[in-house]
Design a binder for this molecule. Structure first.
Ligand SMILES: [Zn+2]
Length: 317
């Protein structure tokens, strides 16, 4: 009886274990299905996959692999940098989550995947996609801080998360129905439109040394164009850029405490100075901006041969 009882208990135990394994497998499968279904950029899904499987090169993970690094979180410099800490528990990350209007329990000791799943369950549908986007933006900012010593304000990280999602959604939408408030009806042209007959057409491109983010150089370009318009005292001018982030940042009232923010602020000031000159900025798709490729000034008929095909394309459409 004892022997039989022992076997019964043992087999019941393995049954329970089997059921637990099946339940966990189902939970895992539901988690991945849900993650793959999210309408977010593929690069963010790829990032989430790394975070969920604890494959991000956090300092804790690097130490586990025998790499000699200090394990302190680069944001707060006071806690060990695990995935769960840097994306959720860190005091700096908490400020970002608060700005997004999402409550995170800083004392939750769960792993990333558990906390992420809990968040998706608790959040209102309107804000749901911002959860993975902010995780991604936090990790991107963490890398910028570690590798390029570039710090960002919490508000910039939240803006990066929001704008990246909006840009991606717009890119998916063939009708290009911009839903962001900073967009205007004239935005989104796919082909360059010539100015009305009789308008002065002058183009300028310049090369500035240095290694900067594309969005920064785009904002710099807009500032240069506005400054040029001001110097020449031109009226009724449209400045076109294929950088939606720069255009949206200039049109918004968000204060960005960074070099990018400084350029944005200067652009806003120049637009204010030119308020009586009827100068506007406009977003066009990259295909409409094909001639802006290198360092040159073009007047009238002096068209460099390598620009012929792109100009011809613009003129044919
Ligand atoms: Zn931290």
């Amino acid at each position: 009886m004892d022997r039989l009882g022992h076997y019964t208990v043992k087999s019941a135990h393995s049954l329970i274990q089997k059921r637990e394994i099946t339940e966990v497998a189902e939970e895992v499968s539901v988690y991945w299905k849900r993650l793959w279904k999210l309408s977010i950029p593929p690069k963010v899904k790829s990032f989430l996959w790394q975070a969920s499987t604890n494959c991000l090169p956090t300092k804790c993970n690097l130490q586990l692999k025998g790499i000699s690094v200090n394990d302190l979180c680069p944001f707060c410099n006071s806690c060990r940098e695990s995935t769960s800490h840097v994306l959720f528990s860190c005091s700096f990350s908490q400020v970002c989550w608060n700005l997004l209007g999402v409550q995170i329990d800083p004392d939750d000791l769960g792993v990333f995947a558990d906390r992420f799943a809990k968040l998706l369950d608790s959040i209102h549908a309107d804000n749901l996609l911002h959860i993975p986007m902010l995780c991604w933006a936090l990790w991107k900012s963490r890398n910028e801080l570690i590798w390029n010593q570039k710090g960002a304000e919490a508000s910039e990280i939240v803006t990066l998360a929001r704008i990246t999602l909006e840009q991606w959604k717009n890119a998916q939408d063939r009708s290009f129905d911009l839903s962001l408030g900073f967009a205007q009806i004239s935005d989104g042209a796919a082909n360059w439109q010539p100015p009305s007959p009789g308008s002065l057409l002058e183009a300028k491109a310049s090369c500035v040394g240095g290694l900067v983010e594309p969005v920064f150089s785009e904002a710099l370009g807009i500032r240069e164009a506005l400054s040029w318009i001001k110097t020449k005292d031109w009226h009724n001018v449209e400045v076109e850029s294929d950088s939606l982030v720069s255009i949206q940042a200039i049109r918004s009232s968000t204060v960005f405490l960074s070099y990018f923010g400084k350029i944005v602020q200067e652009c806003r000031q120049l637009l204010l100075d030119l308020i009586c000159h009827e100068v506007s900025i406009k977003f066009v798709k990259r295909s409409a901006n094909a001639v802006a490729i290198s360092d040159r000034i073009v007047f009238g008929s002096a068209i460099p041969p390598d620009m012929n095909c792109v100009l011809l394309n613009d003129l044919l459409v």
